[in-house]
Design a protein around this ligand. Structure first.
Ligand SMILES: Nc1ncnc2c1ncn2[C@@H]1O[C@H](COP(=O)(O)OP(=O)(O)OP(=O)(O)O)[C@@H](O)[C@H]1O
Length: 257
């Protein structure tokens, strides 16, 4: 039995990565890695290049298979489920590069993301459910694009595209949002707005953010997990992680070079 086993039935627990190893032809990108995420919480995962952060997200969402250990979501083992089934159960991932549909409006991008299976309704001529539109209007406000909703997504600035994609992830109503470097390519002002936006998602969603940018991580002010060579290194507040000598040696030290 793993160390996490007694935790897995706790109602506040949303996700448990329990001793997961991912072996790529003898190279362990994850090596007995464990992490738990509570419902509605914010977690930041950092670590130097090649630490295994993207592999962790890939494993959670079912794109990469664990060779050992398990991933438990809402009390159920999802380790071997196909990606579409994991998404259906409530995990949604945003990649580093925005994946918006450029030839559709901001509004339509969000409506597509929000769409559940409404074919039955459509056959009765109901194109768009009222509650879906209300939800999308609320998300437009949250991501600061309410007055740009009819602009083509392809015409948005880089930062706005990232916010739209965060909005699209939110629109899926997933319980766990995986955000891979959501501030990639952003300047300081856009980064601060992104931190505000993500902090505001807590409670309704649990959010796991991967990032390198220490100023962004400080603004997020969530609990931080540090990975190194596929393994768990440390977990704590931003302040604790900032002053940890082991973390400085493997991550901050290198970043500061
Ligand atoms: N499909 C694969 N086959 C072989 N090795 C892989 C594969 N995917 C990742 N790796 C290796 O696993 C290690 C972890 O990669 P990963 O992308 O998860 O790290 P990361 O922490 O996200 O890095 P970065 O911050 O640079 O994005 C790296 O050494 C990488 O080269």
């Amino acid at each position: 039995m793993s160390d996490l086993a007694p935790l897995l039935t706790e109602p506040h627990l949303l996700l448990a990565v329990d001793g997961v190893t991912v072996d790529f032809d003898g190279f362990k990108a994850l090596n007995g890695f464990s992490l738990t995420i509570d419902r509605g919480s914010l977690r930041v995962v950092i670590g130097p290049n090649g630490a295994g952060k993207s592999t962790l997200c890939d494993t959670i969402i079912g794109r990469v298979r664990a060779t050992d250990g398990r991933v438990v979501f809402k009390g159920e083992d999802i380790t071997q489920l196909p990606e579409f089934e994991i998404v259906r159960r409530g995990i949604c991932r945003k990649f580093q590069t925005p994946g918006v549909l450029p030839s559709l409006s901001v509004l339509d991008n969000l409506l597509i993301a929000a769409q559940k299976d409404r074919r039955w309704w459509r056959s009765f001529g109901v194109a768009e459910a009222v509650e879906e539109r209300e939800k999308v209007d609320e998300i437009l406000e949250t991501i600061g694009l309410a007055d740009r909703s009819h602009i083509l997504a392809g015409e948005l600035a880089h930062g706005e595209k990232q916010w739209l994609e965060i909005g699209m992830v939110v629109a899926t109503d997933a319980d766990l949002l995986l955000l891979d470097e959501p501030t990639a390519g952003m300047g300081p002002a856009e980064t601060s707005r992104t931190a505000d936006l993500i902090r505001g998602l807590q409670g309704r969603h649990a959010v796991l953010v991967i990032d390198h940018d220490m100023s962004f991580i400080e603004q997020l002010n969530g609990r931080v997990t540090v990975m190194h060579m596929g393994q768990f290194l440390k977990e704590g507040s931003v302040a604790e992680i900032r002053k940890d000598p082991e973390v400085a040696a493997v991550y901050l030290g290198r970043a500061a070079e």
